[in-house]
Design a binder for this molecule. Structure first.
Ligand SMILES: Cc1cc2nc3c(=O)[nH]c(=O)nc-3n(C[C@H](O)[C@H](O)[C@H](O)COP(=O)(O)OP(=O)(O)OC[C@H]3O[C@@H](n4cnc5c(N)ncnc54)[C@H](O)[C@@H]3O)c2cc1C
Ligand SMILES: NC(=O)c1ccc[n+]([C@@H]2O[C@H](COP(=O)([O-])OP(=O)(O)OC[C@H]3O[C@@H](n4cnc5c(N)ncnc54)[C@H](OP(=O)(O)O)[C@@H]3O)[C@@H](O)[C@H]2O)c1
Length: 505
């Protein structure tokens, strides 16, 4: 049996050399040898779908908790790291340091990365399941919530998600080219994504020039006419979901004045001592800014950051030309239930705010990737048994990260969740609770044959490193840490050694 597996793998390696580019043959052979050792030892093959923080942290702990597990990470994009690359703001480079840890994980002899493989499309979940002892779905939340109000599709209304993807260089969103010709922008929702979008719109462009923001976004921001940004919430100051660090950054933006309504904060200021400590610091800062504006403003402000509360969007208004001209809000009253949760209730009073640009920033949303997957459409999450990471009715399939919890929580939360998920999976493996895989070859060896028959060429981690080196080179010429390549075809050509790194793209 061991000999047969050895022979299979041996034949496989030499057959596949034709399937890949010659410069990468050495790496490929090394990768296949990793897989060969899986077969020889009859070890456990686990795969992860999605290479964001949840995927990488789960892989890290699987490798730590079980010494004979092999972990394959499948990613639909040609490049790894999920929202760390395409979500985290370009002016927060320190947040992206987790990439070093992720890279160390994938360099482990027992871990491999396969980009450009869309699970649910290129490989079905049942095919994946038939080749791995356990499958962990960490594919995040790729969509966003809609307001479902009239006018939402008007020119000048964008989802914060696509705007973020646009300035971060996601190939699928590079054509967005948002119309920034209006002086007033409204952002709906008061979370950290709303503050990221506000900061990118209001920050002096000179402070973004040396970040990894896409060059086309820098150009558009230089020409932007946006001077005033309203961040509007349906509930009150106590219910905002942005955090103090991100608020402080807004308050310190050079050339930008923060203008908050005194009336929104006067009653709150009287009752600050009743607020739990963590939230109190944020509210103190908001109250201080609203109630004690500087008497003598020493520098000239050209931009304004405004917060508005207790307003629910009910209709987006459009000009005769078909562009956004304003937004209609209903003023809300806040109703507190006996358990302390607070909901917004429309008062019937309507207000109009004129603006030419609107961002919907009311949260991302996950979707199903495969017809076989049980999915809770209402909550937008994979259906789990007892909410512990076992996918309902699918033994051996688990989920973790935003695909499981919904679109909230920071990177650190995915570390904790990844560790918990890895513990559950390893426990199941040790107790023999994962279904027996009966295919002759398992792991990537088996999947690779299917991929080849479908004409899909995966991107290995070493091939991503070629892209990485090229992006860093392109960025260095502009004083940036990297210039992201935003053309998928070129990313693949570069990865597979078909094209060299050039400045033309
Ligand atoms: C705009 C924004 C900014 C943020 N900034 C910060 C910050 O500064 N600090 C912080 O701590 N947190 C931040 N967060 C939160 C953080 O990004 C998330 O907590 C974290 O990324 C969730 O990890 P995940 O792995 O579940 O999802 P993701 O990071 O989205 O990773 C999912 C991966 O799965 C891949 N995938 C999807 N479908 C498939 C498929 N069918 N087949 C294969 N692969 C697939 C995706 O391409 C992606 O690479 C931010 C979030 C957003 C939206
Ligand atoms: N720097 C960072 O650390 C950073 C940066 C970006 C993102 N993140 C994290 O990523 C996660 C996602 O952030 P997010 O900003 O997308 O989500 P979020 O924190 O959940 O904020 C969503 C906002 O949208 C509002 N909202 C939802 N539905 C609405 C509706 N129908 N009408 C009007 N308003 C509505 C919510 O108000 P209600 O409360 O009333 O529902 C809330 O203010 C968060 O955990 C965040 O902390 C972190």
């Amino acid at each position: 049996m061991i000999f047969m597996n050895y022979l299979n793998a041996h034949n496989y390696i030499f057959k596949r050399l034709a399937f890949i580019d010659v410069p990468n043959a050495g790496n490929f052979v090394r990768r296949c040898w990793k897989n060969l050792s899986t077969l020889r030892n009859g070890e456990t093959a686990v795969c992860i779908v999605g290479s964001g923080p949840a995927g990488f942290y789960t892989a890290q702990y699987l490798l730590k908790f079980h010494q004979s597990i092999h972990v394959d990470i499948y990613e639909k994009l040609p490049v790894p790291f999920g929202l760390v690359r395409y979500g985290v703001a370009p002016d927060h480079p320190e947040t992206k340091n987790c990439i070093n840890q992720f890279t160390a994980t994938v360099k482990n002899e027992r871990c491999q990365f396969f980009g450009n493989v869309n699970i649910g499309k290129d490989i079905l979940l049942k095919e994946l399941k038939s080749c791995y002892d356990a499958v962990i779905l960490c594919y995040g939340a790729q969509n966003d919530r809609k307001l479902e109000i009239p006018g939402e599709d008007t020119h000048g209304v964008y989802s914060a998600r696509s705007f973020v993807e646009w300035y971060n260089g996601l190939p699928a969103s590079r054509e967005l080219m948002p119309d920034l010709s209006s002086e007033t922008a409204v952002i709906l929702g008061q979370g950290n994504v709303a503050l990221d979008v506000s900061r990118i719109l209001l920050k002096p462009v000179s402070m973004l020039e040396q970040t990894d923001i896409s060059e086309y976004a820098l150009k558009a921001l230089r020409e932007s006419k946006v001077r005033k940004v309203y961040v509007v919430g349906r509930r009150g100051p106590r219910q905002t979901s942005f955090t103090i660090k991100e608020l402080r950054e807004m308050l310190k933006l050079p050339g930008c004045r923060s203008v908050f309504e005194r009336e929104d904060f006067l009653p709150l200021n009287e009752r600050l001592s009743e607020v739990p400590r963590q939230k109190r610091r944020l509210l103190e800062l908001l109250c201080k800014t609203a109630l004690n504006p500087p008497e003598h403003e020493t520098c000239s402000f050209t931009k304004e950051f405004k917060l508005k509360f207790c307003r629910s969007p009910v209709e987006i208004l459009r000009s005769e030309m078909g562009n956004v001209s304003g937004i209609k809000f209903e003023v809300n009253n806040l109703i507190e239930d006996p358990h302390g949760s607070v909901r917004a209730e429309g008062s019937g009073k309507i207000e109009i705010l004129n603006c030419g640009l609107i961002f919907r920033s009311i949260g991302y949303r996950s979707t199903t990737i495969d017809d076989d997957l049980p999915f809770d459409n209402e909550r937008g999450v994979i259906s789990c048994e007892t909410n512990n990471g076992h996918v309902t009715g699918m033994p051996g399939i688990y989920c973790c990260g935003w695909a499981r919890t919904g679109p909230s929580g920071v990177i650190l939360a995915t570390l904790n969740e990844g560790r918990e998920t890895a513990k559950i999976v390893v426990d199941d493996i040790n107790k023999g609770n994962v279904p027996d895989i009966r295919t002759e070859n398992k792991g990537f060896l088996a999947i690779s044959a299917i991929l080849e028959s479908r004409g899909i060429k995966p991107v290995f981690f070493e091939q991503w490193e070629r892209i990485d080196a090229c992006e860093q080179l392109l960025g260095s010429g502009r004083g940036k840490p990297r210039e992201k390549i935003t053309d998928t075809e070129y990313l693949l050509e570069l990865a597979h050694g078909v094209k060299e790194c050039t400045n033309d793209k």
